[in-house]
Design a protein around this ligand. Structure first.
Ligand code: FE2
Length: 456
């Protein structure tokens, strides 16, 4: 048996290619499927199955595209009415080379969640757990709505305790996400585990049912607007990925025309570059942040023009966007900001503060408005004195009551979301929008104090 893990950074999504005797199965493929196709071709593998652990909500599934490309069969849980693929029932066995793959219905994260147990002759070896069980964490149970949150939390408890843990301590675990995913707060850095290690180290597996359910139904996790779009697409069969590689180069003139027609100018450079000079009205989401929180900020269906350092970065950003179903990337600004600046076109900038500069202002008794855009969980670890919590959602929706006349400094953990928030407010006419460079992480490293959660 051979297992290859393929990771999509940002989304922290993990997919797997399992093979035995020249037969292969892919579990939870991402939308751009060329890498799986390449591996199968290079190794002479016949792709037999594409197995989905559940109807994913944070990325577009590549199941249909991959199955079509290589003639495989798609399988997913029978409890949802998928418009494509084959329904699986609990305990169903699929043969793959010398292996048996046993489908285990493990409801909880979603009603139709399945885990796939791979068995060799001597017994079970590996379990692909999807979003049921992560390393150090368990799956979210809130995504199907308040009405079934408790019921799904109870189901997850039973799935883990009665179906997964009894499989044996030596069984390896391959989860659907790693650290940094929006699908779990406390996913560990290590991406492979065993049931034995999880029993030893995963604190949620030691809770009695009542405490487990209580923990799950009081979790506060953000839900991005694009999740609903992904759920629809992945249930009904996602559209093919737009042609790639290479996205169109767009001139300044064309960019202006697209912007006038409502396209979003998405500037994917670092906050400090964006702050120095950007196109008026542009939204700043650093390229590596697109996959992790772009879906929270960009409205589904948005048409976009990218501004990046170079064409390669534009292609990477476009792939991150397409993995989340944002297909209307019109192109990227040819030669980035350099040509725009040389052509003498209008520019805007954001204020920047270092931790020391902000601290000096606070000590001088003249602090700006200090706005913390992190989520509740992050804030519970401490905030900068005097900071007000304002979510990115309320900044986006225009519901945040921020005094546009005062200087406002935005911060997050590292400065990226702070810059996104400041770019939104600047585009809305808050001319004194400023970013704390490096966020609260740099603030702490510089030795300045934070208020702990019980002091807030
Ligand atoms: Fe999920």
């Amino acid at each position: 048996m051979n297992i290859i893990s393929l990771k999509s950074p940002g989304l922290a999504h993990l997919s797997y290619l399992v093979s035995s005797k020249q037969e292969a199965a892919v579990i939870d493929p991402r939308r751009d499927v060329l890498e799986y196709v390449r591996i199968c071709k290079d190794r002479g593998l016949n792709l037999k199955y594409v197995l989905e652990t559940h109807r994913n909500e944070d990325y577009v599934s590549g199941a249909l595209e991959l199955a079509d490309a290589l003639g495989a069969e798609v399988y997913h849980g029978e409890q949802l009415d998928f418009a494509y693929g084959n329904p699986l029932s609990d305990g169903q066995v699929l043969k793959l080379g010398n292996l048996k793959i046993k489908a285990l219905h493990t409801p909880g994260h979603t009603i139709e969640s399945f885990c796939y147990l791979v068995e060799e002759k001597k017994g079970p070896v590996a379990l692909f757990t999807g979003d049921s069980l992560f390393v150090g964490e368990v799956g979210r149970t809130d995504l199907s709505g308040e009405g079934v949150w408790k019921e799904l939390s109870e189901k997850l408890f039973h799935s883990i305790q009665e179906k997964i843990l009894p499989l044996g301590d030596s069984v390896m675990i391959f989860p659907g996400h790693g650290a940094g995913s929006v699908c779990g707060h406390a996913i560990a850095e290590r991406e492979i585990s065993t049931i034995g290690l999880e029993k030893r180290d995963n604190p949620l597996l030691r809770l009695v049912k009542e405490d487990f359910v209580q923990h799950k139904i009081t979790e506060k996790m953000d839900r991005a607007a694009y999740f609903r779009v992904m759920e629809e697409m992945n249930l009904n069969g996602p559209p093919s990925m737009p042609s790639f590689p290479g996205i169109k180069r767009i001139s300044s003139q064309e960019l202006i025309k697209h912007q006038q027609q409502g396209a979003l100018v998405l500037d994917a450079r670092y906050p400090q570059s964006f702050a120095a000079a950007h196109i008026p009205g542009a939204l700043n989401i650093m390229k590596d942040g697109i996959a992790s929180y772009g879906g929270f900020v960009i409205a589904p269906g948005s048409r976009m023009v990218l501004v990046t350092v170079d064409a390669r970065e534009a292609e990477e950003a476009a792939i991150f966007l397409m993995r989340m179903g944002f297909d209307d990337v019109l192109g990227h600004l040819n030669n980035g900001m350099e040509s725009w600046i040389k052509e003498g076109r209008p520019l805007q900038s954001l204020g920047l503060l270092s931790p020391k500069e902000l601290n000096d202002m606070i000590e001088a008794g003249e602090p700006p408005l200090i706005i913390d855009v992190r989520d509740e969980q992050e804030r519970s670890e401490g905030i900068i004195s005097g900071a007000v919590a304002v979510s990115l959602e309320s900044i986006l929706s225009g519901n945040a009551a921020i005094d546009g006349e005062r200087e406002a400094v935005y911060y997050c953990a590292s400065g990226y979301r702070g810059s996104t928030a400041a770019s939104i407010m600047k585009a809305r006419g808050h001319l004194r929008s400023t970013v704390l460079l490096g966020g609260i992480g740099a603030w702490i490293k510089a030795g300045f104090p934070i208020l702990q959660s019980d002091e807030i």
